[in-house]
Write a protein that binds this ligand. Structure first.
Ligand code: BEZ
Length: 219
């Protein structure tokens, strides 16, 4: 029987594994890069390929947005540093978009394997399109994996980042299709007294366990 080689898959709630890497902006220690800010670590299959070029220019175009959200970007592919530098320069020359964020040259696949980015059923040699959103304490808060032939959705990446940051700040949850500005879900009451308070409240309520409130009312 054929066996599939299995690699470690970091999970939501795990501390993000630390590593040292060579990047387009120099050597980087991940735990230091993460300190006091959110980080989006994302992989792409290969430099000089069309879907990846649209995706990474998408990240570069949103650089100011991510900076405002206290979020650092960190790309990765299983390519050499020379390939990365040539590609970044090529994209700048052809499109005017400059990828200033560091891109890891993971030629020995060390980081890709650590983060489950190498998924042999899809490719033995190239990383899938992974996204890890990591909080300022270094905990993995969200994981996305996309195949080679489907580019990611920048609006969804921004939406989930804002959802995570809002949830962390206000201890609330986000309903289906939530976007910033929408009402959020208030935590369910945990005592009988809190239940009575909830039932007497003016929150938009299906029942006590599903109550929505505007964020300005959340303490
Ligand atoms: C692309 O970015 O277009 C691509 C890269 C690797 C495999 C398939 C597509």
């Amino acid at each position: 029987m054929e066996t599939t080689q299995s690699f470690q898959m970091p999970r939501i709630g795990d501390m993000a594994p630390d590593f040292d890497a060579l990047t387009t902006t120099g050597k980087l220690k991940f735990s230091e890069y993460c300190k006091d800010s959110w980080v989006i670590l994302f992989s792409h299959p290969a430099d000089f390929t069309p879907v990846c070029t649209t995706e990474l220019t998408g990240f570069a175009n949103e650089q100011d947005y991510f900076t405002k959200k206290n979020t650092k970007l960190l790309g990765l592919s299983i390519d050499s540093i020379h390939s990365h530098i040539a590609w970044v320069n090529n994209v700048r020359e052809k499109t005017g978009v400059y990828m200033r964020f560091p891109i890891i040259a993971d030629i020995d696949m060390k980081v890709a394997k650590l983060y489950g980015m190498l998924q042999p059923g899809e490719s033995e040699t190239a990383a899938v399109r992974a996204v890890f959103i990591i909080d300022p304490k270094g905990m993995i808060r969200l994981v996305m994996y996309y195949p080679m032939n489907v580019g990611r959705n920048m609006e969804e990446i921004k939406r989930t980042l804002e959802a995570l940051q809002t949830s962390a700040k206000h201890s609330v949850s986000m309903p289906l299709n939530w976007v910033p500005g929408d009402k959020v879900i208030a935590p369910a009451p945990k005592t009988l007294e809190a239940l009575d308070e909830r039932l007497a409240s003016k929150l938009e309520m299906v029942d006590f366990y599903l109550a929505k409130k505007a964020l300005e009312n959340v303490n």
